[in-house]
Design a protein. Structure first.
Ligand code: SAM
Length: 221
């Protein structure tokens, strides 16, 4: 029986009941397989840029006896036509790559589509890209696996293009839960380390001032 990690479980939980899913960078196709097994969806496109992961995906589908998943060799969504897709999931990649995949997609500016995005790095870059390009984060949650925290975002196209603050780019919308508080504490600690390093080595007072300003913003965020 398929058992997902906390990160993948949280990511999968953002997919709508009855969705037709495009899982980009599917690797073993664990998410489509899990969602079909649990009767959340009945149809998915499992996409990957490499043959090896698609072979892994085929093995999962065969061993779990799952129908309804089409395997597509594709860089992002380039070889994937929109057809009946309702939810696009991109997990386990860097924020810059996720942004590039959305930017290269010629059918993604659609207000009906749900995007479930789980960046492993550069979440701040991804948030800035999304808002600059008319996308909006509807909700965000954090999964913990040991010491590691993973952000999952539900995103829709809104056509409203805007710049966001550095604090919002780093943390997303403020929340009351413990995971958010932990993420905020870690971000502040990281920035203080950067500032201390600069204080020792740099004469760029303006850069140090900017970081201190951001730390103060985050402390009351
Ligand atoms: C680290 S795995 C993540 C697998 C799974 N989505 C997860 O979250 O555990 C990244 C996968 O993305 C695929 N990948 C990398 N760049 C890609 C791209 N431009 N388009 C599609 N797939 C890509 C890799 O081949 C690999 O299978």
């Amino acid at each position: 029986m398929l058992k997902l990690s906390e990160r993948l479980l949280l990511t999968a939980s953002f997919v709508r009941q009855g969705a037709v899913l495009a899982d980009v960078g599917t690797d073993h196709a664990y998410i489509p397989a899990f969602l079909i097994k649990n009767a959340v969806i009945s149809k998915a496109y499992a996409c990957d840029i490499n043959e090896g992961p698609l072979q892994n995906a085929a093995k999962t589908l065969e061993s779990e006896n799952i129908d309804g998943v089409s395997l597509i060799l594709s860089d992002g969504l380039k070889n994937v036509s929109k057809s009946d897709i309702s939810d696009v999931l991109i997990a386990g990649m860097g924020g810059e790559l996720i942004a590039r995949i959305i930017s290269d997609c010629d059918w993604c500016e659609d207000k009906q589509l749900n995007f479930i995005l789980q960046p492993m790095t550069k979440a701040d870059y991804l948030r800035k890209f999304l808002y600059k390009n008319g996308y909006e984060i509807i909700k965000e949650s954090i999964a913990a696996e040991g010491e590691k925290l993973y952000t999952v975002m539900l995103v829709r196209y809104s056509a409203v293009k805007q710049d966001i603050s550095e604090a919002f780019a780093l943390l997303g919308a403020p929340a009351e839960d413990d995971m958010f508080k932990l993420k905020k504490e870690r971000e502040i600690k990281r920035l203080k380390k950067v500032r201390d390093g600069l204080l020792m080595s740099s004469t760029n007072k303006e850069e140090i001032k900017q970081i201190e300003l951001l730390i103060s913003e985050l402390e009351v965020y």
